[in-house]
Design a protein around this ligand. Structure first.
Ligand SMILES: [Zn+2]
Length: 511
């Protein structure tokens, strides 16, 4: 967590725990609630909580000169109050396609696809193509931030290359024919041929080759983009795991010599490990085939999962693991330590290639040495499947009916559920509004991360079920104890299944 900074760029992974551990913040969040309770706002017998708040704020002085408490207690009509995010107004069309999909059960080929469609996170348009709904885009943007941070920490610079890639470049490398039907091909009005890029070795090599005065001093050069890619899958399936339009992070590196390029290669692999570790994934890095990309060394980053399309052999004794494609499929002993190999399926989420001069020689990507001699650059290329990582995390973390996200990239961090309209606890709704505002003020990073489920015509149980299905890391409920003095809220930690009772004084686990 410290790598991302507690209150830094990212929402802290366990912001509520952090919050609970800081009495001053807790105090701030509950100051107003308790205050209102004292004025009778919380009791139905004594009239409207709303009125209680207004009267109270106008007249009350802080009991003790504690500045934080004072600040949160006694401002009325605060100018900076964030607008509450109301669930009823979020575009998250639940059950959009359920009816349609029931008629074609074959469409739902895996858990992540089914859960994401049912939760309104993606919506199918044509085979292998999806609308990414706002919740999904939020998650994707958070993932992009995590990746940007790791890529930039090793010197990566972000750029953006055209999706339309000229056939000429692909003919130069020989891949126009080699790629076969996987390439989406098209022609412009002048009959010039293009493809929609599935990967950009040709494009970047052409770009760097055009920099006539590239100096050894500028190397290593690490350039990457996070863009939409296209592949004409013969059989798109598994939702975002194998789609025809997808987002990928692709990095291309240029070094002065093989030794330097191998160092860069390790550096990028390490950064990939950091990305997966910060998401909390169990992953393996395996030796892999170089396929149509080419080069002399390649690794895949795989999440072990039953649905995975890759077969892996993993040594139980040492860190050796390999894609079956790279070893004798009948091999049962580890070539490193002679330990036993066991088979597992995996979802490929990252792939790295050491390319050497395969592309730089064809496109003449060269730099000038200290002696001003032109020398071919050593290249590497590195992919991370952005949309595939999203689907893979749903695949490996979720239960059969509830999505679970790595907290760092969950679409929203917390959902607050006020009481049902017309219920005995109805008046607790205003306490919940207040808790919402107070949390957002006390923990500014939560601004934009907290959703208030204002569908108060539904029971708490029904809304809790929806929240559970969507996978907010935390759900806060105003249940029966919301009128206790001090008021008590239930906090559900969705990832651990833990339920806590939360008051101004602190929190404790339900036993
Ligand atoms: Zn071994």
């Amino acid at each position: 967590m410290s790598r991302f900074g507690l209150w830094g760029h990212h929402v802290p992974r366990n912001f509520l725990s952090d919050w609970l551990a800081r009495p001053s913040l807790r105090e701030a969040c509950f100051g107003a609630c308790a205050h209102r309770m004292a004025l009778g706002g919380g009791s139905r017998a004594r009239g409207s909580p709303g009125l209680g708040l207004r009267r109270g704020c106008a007249g009350v002085q802080p009991a003790a000169p504690r500045p934080l408490q004072y600040r949160y207690r006694c401002h009325h009509g605060p100018p900076h109050r964030a607008k509450r995010l109301l669930l009823s107004q979020l575009f998250q069309p639940l059950n959009l396609r359920e009816v349609g999909l029931e008629s074609k059960p074959d469409d739902l080929t895996c858990k992540s696809q089914r859960l994401m469609i049912q939760a309104g996170l993606i919506y199918p348009s044509s085979p292998g193509c999806y609308y990414y709904m706002p919740y999904t885009v939020r998650t994707m943007e958070k993932l992009v931030k995590v990746i940007d941070q790791e890529m930039q920490a090793i010197g990566g610079q972000k750029l953006n290359m055209p999706s339309l890639s000229s056939a000429e470049l692909w003919r130069t490398s020989g891949r126009w024919d080699l790629m076969g039907k996987e390439l989406f091909r098209l022609a412009d009005r002048h009959s010039k041929e293009y493809c929609l890029g599935p990967t950009h070795e040709e494009t970047i090599a052409d770009l760097i080759a055009s920099q006539a005065n590239l100096s050894y001093k500028q190397l290593p050069l690490l350039l990457y983009q996070i863009t939409r890619k296209f592949r004409d899958e013969p059989k798109p399936r598994f939702g975002l795991l194998r789609s025809r339009e997808f987002y990928m992070k692709d990095m291309y590196t240029f070094d002065t010599c093989e030794e330097a390029a191998r160092q860069t290669y390790s550096l990028v692999c390490e950064a990939y490990c950091n990305v997966f570790n910060s998401l909390g994934f169990r992953f393996v890095k395996v030796q892999a085939d170089t396929g149509s990309i080419g080069g002399s060394m390649s690794h895949e980053f795989q999440l072990p999962a039953g649905i995975g399309e890759d077969r892996l052999m993993i040594c139980s004794n040492c860190s050796f693991s390999a894609n079956v494609e790279t070893i004798n499929p009948d091999q049962t002993d580890c070539p490193v330590c002679k330990g036993k190999l066991s088979e597992s399926k995996g979802i490929e989420v990252g792939h790295t290639f050491y390319l050497g001069t395969k592309y730089s020689s064809v496109f003449n990507v060269s730099f000038h040495t200290a002696q001003n001699k032109p020398v071919l650059a050593e290249m590497g290329c590195y992919g991370l499947g952005i949309t595939r990582i999203l689907a893979a995390s749903v695949e490996v973390l979720s239960t059969e009916d509830s999505i679970r996200w790595p907290t760092l990239i969950a679409p929203y961090q917390v959902c607050l559920i006020p009481p049902k309209k017309g219920s005995r606890e109805e008046m607790g709704a205003v306490l919940m509004d207040n808790l919402y505002d107070s949390i957002v003020e006390a923990v500014p990073q939560i601004k934009g991360e907290a959703v208030l489920d204002d569908r108060t015509h539904l029971t708490i149980g029904k809304r809790l079920k929806d929240a559970n299905r969507l996978g907010y890391p935390y759900v806060i409920i105003a249940g029966k104890k919301v009128f206790d003095n001090p008021p008590e809220f239930e906090v559900w930690n969705q990832n651990t299944g833990e339920i806590m009772f939360l008051t101004k004084e602190g929190s404790w686990n339900k036993s």
